[in-house]
Design a protein around this ligand. Sequence first.
Ligand code: SF4
Length: 321
Amino acid sequence: MLGIRKRIEGLHLRILLQFPEGLKEKACEIAEKLEAEGNEVFISAAPCFGACDIALAEAEACRADKIIHYGHAEFPLGKKAKIPVEYVEFRSDVDLKPMVLKALEDPEFRKCAKVGLITTVQHVGKLREVKALLEENGKTVLIGKHGPKAKYDGQVLGCDAAAAVNVDGKVDCILYVGGGLFHPIGAALACTKKVLSADPFLGKIMWLDEEKRRYEKRRRGALAAAVSAQRFGIIVSVKPGQENLRAAVGLKKAFERIGRKAEILLTDIINPESLANFRCFDAYVNTACPRIVIDDYMRFEKPILNFDDALELVEELKKSR
Ligand code: SF4
């Protein structure tokens, strides 16, 4: 069961509501409540991929006074959100204790005396409880300081694993409690220590070393394949929390300085099928959500690199000139 964390303020406004897929079932109930309070309410039907993904175009189309974005914690949008955005977090009341006890039975986890603890915003309110349970069972537990895109210590996003990285050097392993593999894989890729995922919805625990190895192999393969690319498509998202046009322009110049060609491609949704029709590119660079490359790599016909890997490629190509 999920509960509304923050009460909605501001009466008689024109409001655009935005929900991630898992919360769209709540849309009518919330819309009716806000309408009963005298507001004019619109609902974004577009997919919502994260806290970074604000429905600005929809809000402008209905001339909304504000956007209420459900399900995620506040994300640093800076001046990119031209319409005020109110984030309404949702917290899960699923019991994490059985998963912690399951983790404690794992032979490898039992060897870890010091544990870094991470989760998503849905469970962040239960981190202290989980920490206490681990400590009762003899562990020393560290909850890392949150990164620039997260709001709470111990909270990770798919693109911000700083809460794990900040304790990586001081622990024997990292325990992620929460749903899915999207977040713990991000932490596993960013950390040197092993990450154990404990998913209370599936009732499963899983070490992520194999996933990490597989991604690293793919990443190295993409870098090797991109060495011979003559023309790059540099993808820029128009989503306010993902847009990085300045970096793309800098990268285009860097490619051109070493004799490669590049064009900048602007898009809202990065769709491998529509990219496939650009026959002129030999490889792509993604400056938007880094998880697109990590999670959807197999869907792209051409090699695709994240921005940092593209910088590494430029350095390699410079040396070999
Ligand atoms: S950039 Fe990607 S990982 Fe980060 S919040 Fe947005 S959708 Fe999630």
